[in-house]
Design a protein around this ligand. Structure first.
Ligand code: HEC
Ligand code: HEC
Length: 331
């Protein structure tokens, strides 16, 4: 009897073994909800679900079909096909440092990483699966029944499904780029001359002021901004959520980490290269009524060819190859 009690409590302890995040130097504490503390069992379950095609209507795609590790968990398409090749209307977003974000999607329509999962799972342009059917499939898999029991001490249910995937996503941490070595780890030799000039332009105030929006550990000030991409927006962005005219054309300021891996760019994938992005910021702009005063609208920004080149080299110095290659993130 005593042995059985001992064994049961050992298993109990094992299932609750905490998953310890490696927080990069300079980062604040991550946002982890009290009712979904990270454990090894939860991250393991979440990873399996993230890569499992069982969660799409015709078992043809998984989360990873549009969020691939080699593209910093985005993909290389303008917009991505869901089941039966039905196209979405937005560019897939990279999944990086989500434990430091509190609004998700280009329009910030969802404020919890757990609740975010519901949309791709059920959307007809993505995995198109009824929640009921998802749970049925998981409940009829012996493997998943065991893994849910270990992770959340329950049978497969929507709540635990969302929590497990969010747990895996919170482990996707990038903080070891050249920029991190220079800025947070204080290695003054990390940048070459061009990257250093690009860094000064990015943070400077005389020509461009990228950092007025792309700031903080994630290069996002967590606001919604109109960066003057269009004179008229097909996708109203933040206004889809708020209904306010002054939110038309505003989108979540995206992270720039690993940006060289996530082409094409912008909410609609309309800019193919970093050169096109820099040319957009340096051109006369479109004069949209909501365009931020921090982007040049109406007059030409005088970026020289060298400035442009330096900015691009700086953006490439945000690459974190350890993140892209991390075997713990891969299937
Ligand atoms: C068919 C392609 C596709 C599939 C499959 C897909 N996604 Fe996405 N994902 C996208 C697109 C496109 C966006 C941006 C959508 C928007 O802004 O409306 C996105 C956005 C996100 C975001 C927001 C990131 C941020 O920084 O705001 C998260 C998190 C995410 N997806 C996770 C998942 C998870 C988890 C799954 C599986 C349950 C999944 N996705 C399946 C295409 C996909
Ligand atoms: C007014 C705020 C603001 C400023 C200033 C700004 N950006 Fe952006 N940036 C955004 C927003 C918002 C988006 C997304 C816009 C969209 O999709 O329509 C974006 C998108 C981008 C993207 C594409 C990201 C992706 O994942 O597709 C890159 C690269 C970028 N910005 C770099 C820069 C650089 C370099 C500068 C300085 C020259 C700069 N930004 C200045 C707000 C800003």
């Amino acid at each position: 009897m005593a042995v059985l009690v001992f064994l049961a409590s050992m298993t109990f302890e094992l299932n609750r073994k905490p998953y310890v995040l490696k927080i990069p130097v300079g980062f604040p504490a991550p946002l982890i909800p009290a009712d979904n503390e990270l454990t090894v069992a939860r991250v393991k379950l979440g990873k399996k679900l993230f890569y499992d095609k069982i969660l799409s209507f015709d078992t043809s795609i998984s989360c990873s079909s549009c969020h691939m590790p080699e593209f910093s968990f985005s993909d290389n398409r303008t917009v991505s096909p869901g089941v039966k090749q039905v196209m979405g209307d937005r560019n897939s977003m990279p999944l990086i440092n989500l434990a430091w974000s509190n609004s998700f999607f280009w329009d910030g329509g969802v404020s919890s990483l757990e609740m975010q999962v519901l949309k791709p799972l059920t959307s007809h342009t993505e995995m198109n699966l009824l929640l009921r059917e998802a749970v049925y499939r998981l409940k009829t898999s012996k493997d998943y029944v065991k893994l849910f029991e270990k992770a959340y001490q329950c049978e497969p249910n929507p709540n635990a499904l969302f929590k497990a995937i969010a747990s895996f996503e919170r482990t996707l941490i990038s903080g070891n780029s050249k920029f991190d070595r220079y800025f947070y780890q204080k290695d003054s030799t990390a940048f070459n001359a061009s990257e250093k000039r690009g860094y000064l332009l990015f943070f400077g105030n005389d020509k461009v002021h990228c950092v007025s929006c792309h700031s903080g550990v994630n290069f996002s000030n967590n606001t919604f901004q109109n960066n003057g991409l269009y004179a008229e927006y097909k996708d109203e962005g933040r206004a889809r959520i708020t209904g306010h005219k002054n939110d038309i054309g505003k989108f979540k300021v995206p992270t720039l980490r690993n940006i060289a891996y996530t082409a094409p760019y912008m909410h609609d994938g309309s800019l193919k290269t970093l050169e096109e992005v820099i040319n957009h910021y340096s051109s006369a702009g479109t004069g949209h009524f909501n365009a931020s005063l921090h982007v040049h609208t109406g007059s030409q920004l005088e970026l020289t060819a060298q400035d442009k080149n330096d900015l691009i080299n700086f953006l490439k110095a945000l690459n974190d190859d350890d993140f892209i290659r991390n075997p713990a993130y891969r299937q």
